[in-house]
Design a protein around this ligand. Structure first.
Ligand code: AMP
Length: 283
């Protein structure tokens, strides 16, 4: 398999993508922040199956990190990422520098009202504005036919679906299932931060979600009760871990529900040590 092309600037990326589209080739796009793992690989594999050309972006986007968050220490493993992309049959890697994505005078931002303020938006103000802005820019640079996003970031996925609809961006958004480690921990680039002890404690998210799903299957529908049980399990399994939120929400509106019915998910954000982990499960 030939090595993927590495395109470092928006101009070069646009030119390459335009050429493909002009030649009648479909372009599938997988936006990432790098430190690629099997979760990302599943998106690449799906894109490879469904498109003539596959592009991955590797860009640690400064505008989606708040002050005091982990922008500086976010893992950057470009060589290993390049190898994984080659193995996945990726055609091109877009790897821009922040200065090439954001000019000094950038004044335009994209916001998805309401959906961006709940769940992760509460403790990470401005985060989703950074995500929606960069994804809009990436879509404008590439004009992909399809873009692939993981359900691991379920709120992000929903926000991007709504943005794509509201702004008539015309990209087919393809949701992809969560890839987990053998013991259930959702794969994440941030799992690298966990000490061996924290790695064990991190299992509490998946355990709480699995328990919640089982309780719903057994007939429990009271959201408050289910949330309380998740919190209890987390406190027991990971003493000292800090629950940022434990919620049961409508998958489309992301509104809290009082009773589980229709398309609902349980969603968690928990700080284990210094590492904030998220996970969710459809109920
Ligand atoms: P990130 O590099 O963390 O910004 O993630 C890039 C894309 O990969 C996003 O659409 C994520 O939802 C997706 N992703 C990350 N981890 C997983 C996972 N464990 N399973 C499925 N998709 C994932």
């Amino acid at each position: 398999m030939p090595d993927p092309l590495v395109l470092p600037t928006p101009v070069e990326m646009s030119a390459w993508s335009r050429e493909q589209l002009k030649a009648g080739k479909s372009v599938g796009f997988v936006p990432t922040m790098g430190a690629l793992h099997a979760g990302h690989k599943s998106l690449l594999d799906r894109a490879r199956m469904e498109n003539d050309r596959v592009v991955v972006s590797i860009f640690v986007n400064p505008t989606q990190f708040g002050p005091g968050e982990d922008f500086e220490r976010y893992p950057r493993t470009f060589e290993a990422d390049e190898k994984l992309c080659a193995e996945a049959g990726v055609d091109a890697i877009f790897h821009p520098a922040p200065k090439d994505m954001y000019g000094e005078n950038a004044r335009t931002f994209v916001e998805v009202g309401g959906l961006q303020d709940v769940l992760c938006g509460m403790s990470r103000p401005g985060h989703f504005r950074g995500v929606t802005t960069v994804v809009t820019k990436l879509f404008a640079i590439l004009r992909p036919d399809r873009a692939y996003f993981g359900r691991k970031d379920a709120q992000q996925l929903r926000i991007l679906e709504v943005m794509n609809r509201d702004l008539n961006l015309g990209v087919q958004i393809v949701p992809c299932e969560i890839v987990r480690e053998a013991d259930g921990l959702a794969m994440s680039s941030r799992n690298k931060y966990l000490s061996p002890q924290e790695r064990k404690q991190a299992l509490c998210l998946h355990q709480a979600l699995t328990q919640c799903k089982k309780r719903v299957a057994a007939g429990e529908t009271e959201a408050m009760k289910l949330i309380g049980e998740m919190a209890e399990l987390i406190e027991k399994a990971a003493p000292g871990a800090e629950i940022d939120y434990a919620a049961i929400v409508d998958m489309n509106t992301l509104d809290d529900v009082t009773k589980v019915s229709g398309a609902c998910m349980a969603a968690l954000a928990v700080k284990v040590g210094k590492t904030r982990l998220i996970d969710n499960m459809r109920l």
